[in-house]
Design a protein around this ligand. Structure first.
Ligand SMILES: Cc1cc2nc3c(=O)[nH]c(=O)nc-3n(C[C@H](O)[C@H](O)[C@H](O)COP(=O)(O)O)c2cc1C
Length: 214
């Protein structure tokens, strides 16, 4: 598989900063309508930091993990689009990656954007492949990280949390794999004068890019 130019730049940045754990953190935003509202002025925007867990096999889909009890789960079900924002301090590059979101739990693909563009998640919609990615990511988690999935429900009134090891070796149902299928990337490099900005888009199943003014 040949990598599009944005992914080559991203791979380079990740490699240069491989010793910095924070290089794996991106912000993932979403916007959704609360309750039954149809009024655009009610739109709520949320944003949070997540850990990049690599790419799904043979695709450009970025992976992360989360807890299905957290709010992002229901928000992305309602509105399965995101923009990931990632800044690399050493190479001074920003990637803004617009993506469709799908999520995978113990029973396989839980949902995906019903308008999902086959060109976008091509190569990353096979249930068995995604289920095995989820199992591998669980197996690779430290015991400390696994324990969080047995804590009480996020954002409810604080209870005493028992900090024990994970109670079983089974993958808990609330452990979910989040797949971000990119369809548009806005790349900015601050090291050049003027700054370098590229817009990457999918057209006819191929990534194309254009240099634009910063
Ligand atoms: C450095 C850092 C990394 C994080 N990584 C993740 C992650 O990979 N997955 C996740 O669900 N939450 C992660 N979080 C917590 C989220 O940012 C967020 O607080 C939590 O998931 C609840 O978000 P929600 O209420 O929007 O669902 C991380 C937080 C920080 C500060």
């Amino acid at each position: 598989m040949t990598f599009p130019r944005w992914r080559q730049s991203l791979a380079r940045s990740l490699h240069v900063q491989r010793s910095k754990p924070e290089a794996k953190f991106f912000q993932a935003a979403n916007a959704y309508m609360p309750g039954d509202s149809c009024d655009i002025s009610d739109i709520i925007v949320e944003n949070r930091t997540m850990v990049f867990r690599g790419f799904a096999q043979s695709s450009h889909t970025l992976l992360a993990i989360s807890d299905s009890r957290s709010e992002k789960f229901s928000q992305w079900q309602q509105s399965p689009r995101t923009q990931l924002c990632w800044y690399f301090t050493k190479t001074r590059e920003q990637f803004r990656i617009s993506a469709q979101v799908s999520m995978v739990g113990s029973t396989g693909l839980l949902f995906q954007d019903e308008h999902a563009d086959a060109d976008v998640n091509q190569g990353c919609s096979q249930n068995s492949m995604l289920t095995s990615e989820r199992a591998i990511l669980w197996a690779n988690l430290s015991d400390k990280a696994k324990t969080q999935f047995y804590w009480p429900t996020p954002k409810q009134a604080l209870k005493d949390i028992e900090i024990n090891g994970p109670p079983s070796s089974d993958i808990p149902d609330n452990f979910i794999l989040i797949c971000f299928h990119p369809y548009y990337v806005d790349y900015l490099n601050l090291t050049t004068t003027p700054q370098t900005r590229e817009i990457h888009d999918i057209s006819d199943k191929k990534w194309i890019y254009q240099d634009v003014n910063p």
